[in-house]
Each structure stands twice: as structure tokens, then as C-alpha cells.
Design a protein around this ligand. Structure first.
Ligand code: 13P
Ligand code: SF4
Length: 376
């Protein structure tokens, strides 16, 4: 089970607004750490051991839709959750478990710890990160904020605790449009980080005065509009479902744009039989199990001259596996720690988002639900 997969890979770096490169991320390093698939017998034994450890330790497994199907299924079967990053954060905060095992990437574990400082938060691999997080270092981001004190600082969930601590609001792609519309209605100008495609999408959809950091997701940045048009010609009845971290020419071809949960909802509600999906292929597991009569086709990433060899799968999400969950529950290794002062400050923008989205669900108006909305 220690055999490693190594794949040659190129990736974008993020640009600091005003000049400079923020950080390079080595996905080659991440792919080299993706564990090999266990055999069927090993898989069964690992699952049994996880069920037992979760019970013994009053622990719960919280998984993102992009991680291995085994982890998604086991999370649901054991009373945990598989969800988008917004609902993962809410679930971890509200669950009575003493230990949260977060199968996802680092910012998800950090958000869980920030919201539940008294719980133990474990992750199968603490080096499972995200190109958006890597491409937005706290010091450079803080300097960017200092240059624009008149703007409300809105950051994506896919950032470090230190970046969140500098923000007024945190959003996920599941609620970004609603939050920005509410802020814009109050005359606020926005400073946004780090995903440039999501920032452009928010600006186009809301008309917000939004200044953006120039980060990108190494997975979604590789979807190709031209090749997608050709694929649509081959499947004229297919509906196109797109995550908003994708480039504008891909979003322009979408029948529905949304977070991972938004894509799942759209697939369930639309009466088409065929769908082309522009997001990490990890979501296909849930799309297919929830919609047995429908066909899901991966959107193209590799056109002529494309650099991507990722097959639309996040190497950091792929670092999560059953053996890793067993290891951390048995040894207590890979506990997520967040500096308490940073965590306390970072809790404000996350809590604001959770309150706002809960109130939206309740049907209350944005104006009446966000007392902190006025922060500049
Ligand atoms: P969601 O918030 O849609 O789950 O997305 C998280 C993510 O990392 C997408 O690449
Ligand atoms: Fe980050 Fe993209 Fe991976 Fe999501 S899919 S965790 S945005 S690198």
C-alpha cells in the first residue's frame, strides 16, 4: 500500500495585483503522495476499522465531494457528511462529536478548527492544500488590503486562517453572489481574493465594484471553452454544468453555474438525460449515484497546447484515503492547530457567512440578517 503515483504536471502561479508572483505550487509533489488504491480485501478491513474507531472516539467523518468515493460513502454511512465546503463548515460546528475527521483540503480542516476550537480536528494528510490558498500568502494579501482601506474585504473559503483573519467576510461559491448583492445594495466596494475567475463571475453577475486578486484553481483553470463547444456539438441535448472557478468562456457555455452542491441540485432538477460537467471528477460519484438514469460526461481540459495532465482531479483532494483516516484515528497524528488569536479573528468572517446563509434559508431579508455587513 506504500506504492506512490508520480505524474509530471505543470501549474499556474498567482499574480500579486500591482506586480509580482505570489507563490508557486508543486503539484508534482502532491501527486507523488497520492496513495495507491487498496485491494478489495484491504478496503473492507480499513472500512471496518474506521467504523470501530469513529464509534470508540465519538468522532465523525466529514468529507468533500471531491475525495475518494469510499470516503464519501463511509462518511454518510457512519452518520457524518459529504458536502460542499459551506455545509462542511456548518456541520462540523453544529455536530456534538468531540473529534472531527476532515477528508478534504487544509482550509476545510482549518475552518472546522476555527469554528470549533474545543474539538479535535484530524486530517488524513496535513499537506493536502489548494493552489488558491498557496497563491495568496497572508503578508502580500494584507499589503493589498492596506492599499485599499475603502473596500470591504471578501475572501473565498479556499484561503489560510491568516488571510481570513484579515477579512470582513468569507464566502464559498454557494453563497458568494448573495453576499455580494447584499453588500453592493449597501453601496460597498469589494476587495476580493483569491480566485480570479470566480471574482470575474461575481462582478459580471452582480455588477459589483470588485477588485480581485489573481489566483486560480489548478483544476478548473484548465477547462477549455473551444473544446467544450465541440463536445456540445456531439451532444446537442446535453446540459452543461460548471463550477465558477472555471474560465469565463467555459462559464458562458453553462446551463447552470454553481458550487459542488449547486451542480448536484441542478442535475437533479433538470429533466435532461445527458450532462457535461466542468468540475473535479470527484463529483461524478455523487452525480451518478443520485441520478441513475442520467449520463454525466467530463468537460474537456486538454486541447491543443494545453499544459494540463491532471484529468480534472485535484491532487490534494486525492491525498485523502481510508488508510490515512485509520492512521490519524489510531495515533492522533495530523491534528489541525490554528493560532488562537488568528482563529478568533478568522471566526468573524466565517460566522458572518454562516449566519447570513442560515437567515437566507429561513427566508429573512439580507438587510435584516447581517448586522456586521457594514464593516468597511
Ligand atoms: P465547493 O465550495 O463548491 O465545495 O468548492 C470547493 C472547492 O475547492 C472547489 O474547487
Ligand atoms: Fe483548491 Fe482547486 Fe483543489 Fe478545490 S479543486 S481544493 S480550488 S486546487
Amino acid at each position: 500500500m506504500s506504492e506512490m503515483v508520480s505524474i509530471d504536471f505543470e501549474q499556474p502561479v498567482s499574480l500579486v495585483p500591482g506586480g509580482g508572483v505570489a507563490a508557486a505550487c508543486s503539484t508534482r509533489h502532491a501527486w507523488a503522495r497520492v496513495p495507491a488504491e487498496p485491494s478489495r480485501a484491504e478496503r473492507g478491513a480499513l472500512k471496518d476499522r474506521i467504523r470501530q474507531l469513529l464509534r470508540e472516539q465519538q468522532a465523525v467523518l466529514v468529507a468533500h465531494y471531491y475525495v475518494h468515493p469510499d470516503l464519501q460513502d463511509l462518511a454518510e454511512e457512519t452518520g457524518g457528511l459529504v458536502a460542499d465546503s459551506l455545509e462542511m463548515a456548518r456541520f462540523g460546528r453544529d455536530h456534538a462529536a468531540r473529534t472531527l475527521v476532515v477528508a478534504g483540503v487544509r482550509f476545510m480542516g482549518e475552518s472546522a478548527k476555527i469554528l470549533s476550537p474545543d474539538k479535535r480536528v484530524l486530517m488524513p494528510d496535513l499537506d493536502a492544500t489548494c493552489s488558491l490558498d498557496l497563491g495568496c500568502p497572508a503578508e502580500e494579501f494584507s499589503a493589498f488590503c492596506d492599499q485599499h482601506p475603502d473596500r470591504t474585504v471578501l475572501v473565498y473559503a479556499n484561503t489560510s486562517a491568516a488571510v481570513k483573519a484579515r477579512a470582513d467576510w468569507m464566502v464559498t461559491s454557494g453563497c458568494a453572489l448573495d453576499v455580494v448583492r447584499a453588500l453592493t445594495a449597501q453601496g460597498k466596494k469589494i476587495l476580493w481574493a483569491p480566485d480570479r475567475h470566480l471574482g470575474d463571475y461575481i462582478r459580471r453577475e452582480t455588477g459589483a465594484d470588485l477588485l480581485s486578486w489573481e489566483g486560480a484553481c489548478i483544476v478548473h483553470d484548465e477547462f477549455k471553452g473551444l473544446e467544450l463547444e465541440l463536445l456540445k456539438e456531439q451532444h446537442p441535448d446535453a446540459k452543461v454544468l460548471v463550477h465558477p472557478e472555471s474560465p469565463a468562456d467555459v462559464i458562458a457555455l453553462a446551463d447552470a453555474v454553481g458550487s459542488t452542491a449547486g451542480i448536484l441540485n441542478a442535475a437533479r432538477q433538470m429533466d435532461a438525460r445527458e450532462f457535461i460537467v466542468a468540475t473535479d471528477t470527484g463529483l461524478l460519484h455523487k452525480l451518478r449515484t443520485l441520478n441513475p438514469g442520467k449520463t454525466f460526461i467530463e468537460a474537456p481540459t486538454a486541447g491543443n497546447g494545453a499544459t494540463c495532465k491532471s484529468c480534472a482531479h485535484c491532487p490534494w483532494m486525492a491525498m485523502n484515503d481510508l488508510a490515512g483516516v485509520v492512521r490519524v484515528l489510531e495515533t492522533g497524528a495530523n491534528e489541525v492547530h490554528v493560532d488562537p488569536a488568528t482563529g478568533e479573528r478568522a471566526r468573524l468572517p466565517i460566522a458572518r457567512m454562516l449566519d447570513f446563509t442560515a437567515a437566507l434559508k429561513d427566508g429573512r431579508s439580507a438587510a435584516g440578517i447581517a448586522p456586521g455587513i457594514g464593516v468597511a
